[in-house]
Design a protein around this ligand. Structure first.
Ligand code: PLP
Length: 366
């Protein structure tokens, strides 16, 4: 019999969690303050405190968080922003939509930007470094912050995949001038639709971000800076407060699944892992493996759904490739070897062992 194991399962299985979410929605429907209601303030306070930052601004998505963060620093035409080639395209799009140019710097074996290559990419036009904590593993932030200080650059963390991850004991999102989170339904700290947040310590930036998220208006009427409508929904904020309560437990489950995979698979593929500096929350459990496409087809034939997150490097998307012709040897090699295995918290140990068994069988037969 075929075991069908989906890559992700977004249904809410836990009856207590479901009841808490419905109660949160019910409270919002009862008070009726659907637009920037009290739960938005509560969520902003909770996120700031969780990330050990002074301020948080709730916005409509991680993509808008990045866009507004860059705009709040007045990054625009003629400016360059250094980032990684390996991310979801939202990262590069945010830079481009501000009118600035993304400058891609190759990655290291951990799939994050290689900090040792950043200095060589800095020009008089460089305004910021935008590292992405890919897969949920925080970048080498000590090195990146040192480079930024030496060259007087802003740092904006794309922490969309890394809420609650840590580096040297400090939270993802606690390093840069600004840090951006996505809480879309697929992320580990999830809303039930789209949502995002920006955290910072600077009060003026915080104020500006609150203006930018609502058409650039002050006191909700007078527009000071033309901007988008990027508000977070009160209903999403209310549900996110419930998600935040259960987050530590959920991450513990995901880490247990990851450790089980790694124990099973370490002799066959390169497994993602913590190192002495990092606490990984495994937004994706991304292995690096030989014969990746054959392995993926084989697993699919057995009912196991895997994903390549993401199969196209940002500079190679159609919208970018004509203006970005540099080569990224490590990213170009690894993008053909990455494979994300199912790792949602509703998975059982048996399922992890079944998947691992197929992978071992696949390599044993070669
Ligand atoms: C999810 C994600 C985003 C965008 O977030 P949305 O909320 O989906 O707009 C940006 N960067 C990275 C690395 C992401 O994974």
């Amino acid at each position: 019999m075929l075991t069908e194991i989906p890559y992700l399962d977004l249904s809410v299985k836990d009856p207590k969690l479901k009841a808490d979410l419905l109660a949160a929605v019910e409270r919002v429907l009862t008070h009726g303050r659907l637009v920037l209601g009290p739960e938005v303030d509560d969520l902003e306070r909770s996120i700031a405190s969780f990330c050990k930052r002074k301020n948080a601004v709730g916005v409509s998505s991680g993509s808008d968080a990045l866009f507004l963060a860059l705009r709040s620093l007045e990054i625009g035409p003629e400016d360059e922003v250094i980032t990684t080639p390996m991310s979801w395209i939202a990262t590069a799009n945010a830079i481009t939509l501000c009118g600035a140019n993304p400058v891609f710097v190759d990655i290291a074996e951990d799939l994050n930007i290689n900090p040792d290559l950043i200095s060589a990419a800095i020009t008089p036009r460089t305004k910021a470094i935008l590292p992405v904590h890919y897969t949920g593993k925080v970048c080498d932030m000590s090195k990146i912050m040192d480079i930024a200080k030496a060259h007087n650059l802003f740092v904006i963390e794309d922490a969309a995949q890394a809420f609650a991850s840590k580096y040297k004991g400090a939270m993802a999102g606690s390093f840069g001038d600004l840090a951006c989170f996505s809480m879309n339904a697929m992320k580990v700290f999830n809303a039930f639709g789209d949502a995002g947040a920006i955290v910072c310590d600077d009060d003026d930036l915080n104020k500006k971000l609150h203006i930018l998220r609502y058409a650039g208006t002050v006191d909700k009427e007078d527009c000071h800076i033309p901007s988008s409508n990027s508000r977070i929904d009160t209903i999403q904020a209310a549900m996110l407060l419930v998600s935040l309560n259960g987050l530590e437990d959920k991450i513990a489950k995901r880490r247990r699944i990851a450790f089980r995979y790694s124990e099973n698979l370490k002799d066959f593929v390169t497994c993602p892992s913590d190192d002495e500096n990092s606490y990984h929350t495994y937004y994706t459990y991304t292995i690096i493996c030989k014969s990746r496409d054959e392995l993926k087809s084989f697993l699919h034939s057995k009912g196991i759904e895997c994903k390549i997150r993401h199969p196209i490097l940002m500079p190679h998307h159609r919208a970018y490739k004509s203006s970005h012709t540099a080569s990224f040897p490590v990213a170009e090699k690894l993008v053909k070897e990455i494979l994300c295995l199912p790792n949602h918290e509703n998975m059982t140990t048996d399922e992890v062992d079944i998947i691992s068994g197929y992978i071992k069988g696949f390599y044993d037969a070669r």
